[in-house]
Ligand binder design. Structure first.
Ligand code: HEM
Length: 151
């Protein structure tokens, strides 16, 4: 992980390390992801109902790994096979793309809560780092083509 995050915004990188250490792909802060879903679900019944049959332990692990894919996209511009598959799964769910903004707000508020050294700039750095991946996911809901799949 160290190699792939080097060179990107320093504030984001240090906050990311404070929260998840070196290797979010294989382990992470479970309390962070529980809190994230509490925040995301508290937004609306619309969101809660989409997850009513979901195994949340599996979901938290999947989200932790996908966060790594979003950060990799920001740092390298590479869409991993996993990120592409996740985007496709979400396209098939046919929800309003505006819900990605709710998702991002929940994630950022969770960072602010769990990173004791998070200040306003750190929070903005996180938003900046996750926005390319979130935009990539959104595009799948807004076009008929598969974004970044080549010519
Ligand atoms: C960039 C933002 C998001 C990321 C990275 C993300 C990540 C994921 C991942 C990794 C999975 C598991 C996929 C699998 O293993 O098959 C998943 C499932 C799911 N996501 Fe998202 N998600 C995002 C935004 C959203 C939003 C905005 C919604 C809308 C409410 C949403 C609703 C769902 C639902 C309903 C599932 C399926 C749960 C199930 O299988 O029961 N996601 N998401």
């Amino acid at each position: 992980m160290a190699a792939s995050v080097s060179g990107i915004n320093e504030r984001f990188e240090s906050s990311y390390r404070r929260l998840f250490g070196e290797d979010i792909a294989s382990q992470g802060d479970e309390a962070f992801f529980q809190d994230f879903y509490d925040r995301f679900f508290s937004h609306s019944e619309e969101i809660r109902s989409m997850f009513r049959n979901t195994d949340m332990a599996h979901q938290r692990t999947a989200l932790r790994r996908s966060l790594f894919d979003l950060v990799t996209f920001y740092a390298t511009g590479i869409v991993s096979a996993r990120l592409r598959r996740i985007a496709q799964v979400h396209q098939d769910l046919h929800f309003r793309p505006e819900l990605y903004d709710v998702w991002l707000d929940a994630l950022i508020s969770c960072v602010e809560e769990h990173d004791p050294a998070c200040d306003e700039m750190t929070s903005l750095a996180w938003r900046l780092a996750l926005t390319p991946g979130v935009t990539y996911m959104k595009l799948w809901h807004q076009t008929d083509i598969s974004p970044l799949d080549g010519p």
